[in-house]
Design a protein around this ligand. Structure first.
Ligand code: GN1
Ligand code: MG
Length: 370
């Protein structure tokens, strides 16, 4: 029952009115999330309350500082462009002491936002038109943060999308074999070794300054965008925990990996998993239009590589966690991380088959913006 987990935390925040009810949201893999309903006279107020996973985010104070400055910047950009609305940017609720988070020894670290009502967050995207809106949202996000001073942001999870470094973590997990799975995982292990070079490609391009370092979201799943449930339009980008310096290819690639798949990220029947080209094109259109004048030719021409590298990276991260004994991602069964791994491997193999199609798709944007 959710209330018991949070009842001592509620009075620590400046929620308006009196508590009515709460429910837990379970789609995130890292933090614990609750939606709260309060009543203030005739008005119903809703909030999102989250317990930050401090195994994953070692320094939550830095995470919250990032979020406070990013939301402030987003709001200012939107006001400047005349696009500001309270449903277009997350708004932190402060603690009674005026802080951006509450921390105590027994309950952990907590933060809260005003809940954005009448909105959908899609775990599965069925309609290309929705995928285009998701693309617009992440494109605008990138655009609104293009002038954000990246030096002000802390790297809250160092090397988060450094896929080369992730590969070493994977090799270490194989060596340690903590959960005792390695003996049965020859094919999977081989799969990642074969793709080692490809996985380091974005890191190499950044190291060689071929593509720029940008302020990026780094967790661009479709359910991290809210769409208006009446008009279907993109409202707001959420889950700002991993906003850090990164590459546009991460945001583009991870979004396509998640939202343009024909199946869930943890689909067990791998025969159902493919890359849906209509959804991929729709996302690309939304994302590229909103970032036009910002993304370079070098980035545009490598968008397909972003899809490949990010899918391989996620497959390998899930697999590493499986080998480590499920210490990072929340799991709903002992096989969950392996199921996720195999699903992402299947998706990657389809992406590899479609390389030419993907290159043709970006060609259009290259000639347009040349
Ligand atoms: C985690 O918590 P959630 O579900 O938004 C993870 C992402 C992965 C994603 C895979 C901090 O995101 O990197 O892509 O799971 N977040 C972190 O579903 O590791
Ligand atoms: Mg999330």
């Amino acid at each position: 029952m959710a209330y018991n987990d949070i009842k001592e935390i509620l009075p620590r925040f400046r929620f308006m009115g009196s508590y009515v009810s709460s429910r837990e949201l379970t789609s995130g893999n890292i933090n614990d999330t609750y939606v709260l309903t309060y009543r203030n006279g005739e008005r119903t107020m809703m909030y999102t309350l989250q317990r930050i996973n401090t195994y994953v985010f070692k320094d939550p104070q830095l995470v919250m500082q990032n979020i406070a400055s990013v939301t402030k910047h987003l709001k200012a950009s939107q006001i400047r462009h005349g696009s500001y609305d309270e449903r277009h940017v997350l708004e932190l609720v402060r603690t009674v002491d005026g802080d951006v988070m509450h921390k105590d020894a027994r309950h952990g670290v907590w933060r809260a936002y005003t809940y954005i009502t009448d909105a959908l967050a899609l775990d599965v995207v069925d309609d290309p038109a929705q995928m285009e809106e998701v693309g617009r949202a992440f494109g605008r996000f990138q655009r609104d943060l293009a002038d954000f001073p990246a030096a002000q942001l802390s790297e809250t999870i160092p090397n988060f999308h450094n896929t080369t470094k992730r590969f070493y973590d994977f090799v270490r997990a194989v060596d340690n074999d903590r959960a005792g799975h390695v003996r049965e995982m020859e094919d999977e292990i081989e799969f990642f070794f074969e793709r080692r070079r490809m996985m380091g490609e974005i890191v190499r391009l950044m190291d060689n300054n071929v593509i720029p370092l940008r302020v990026t979201h780094n967790d661009t799943k479709s359910n991290n965008v809210l769409l208006d449930n009446k008009t279907g339009e993109a409202l707001c980008v959420i889950d700002l925990d991993t906003v850090m310096p990164g590459s546009a290819l991460y945001d583009y690639g991870d979004a396509v990996r998640f939202g343009a798949s024909t199946a869930r990220e943890d689909e067990e029947d791998t025969s159902l998993i493919r890359l849906d080209m209509d959804k991929t094109r729709a996302f690309t259109r939304g994302f590229v239009q909103e970032t036009s004048g910002i993304l370079s030719q070098e980035e545009l021409s490598r968008l397909p590589m972003g899809i490949k590298v990010m899918t391989a990276e996620l497959a390998m991260r899930f697999f590493t966690d499986y080998l480590d004994g499920d210490i990072y991602f929340k799991v709903n069964s002992p096989q969950h991380n392996l199921v996720r791994t195999r699903a992402q491997m299947a998706l990657l193999m389809d992406i590899e088959r479609r390389e030419e199609e993907l290159m043709e798709m970006v060609q259009r944007y290259l000639t347009r913006y040349a």
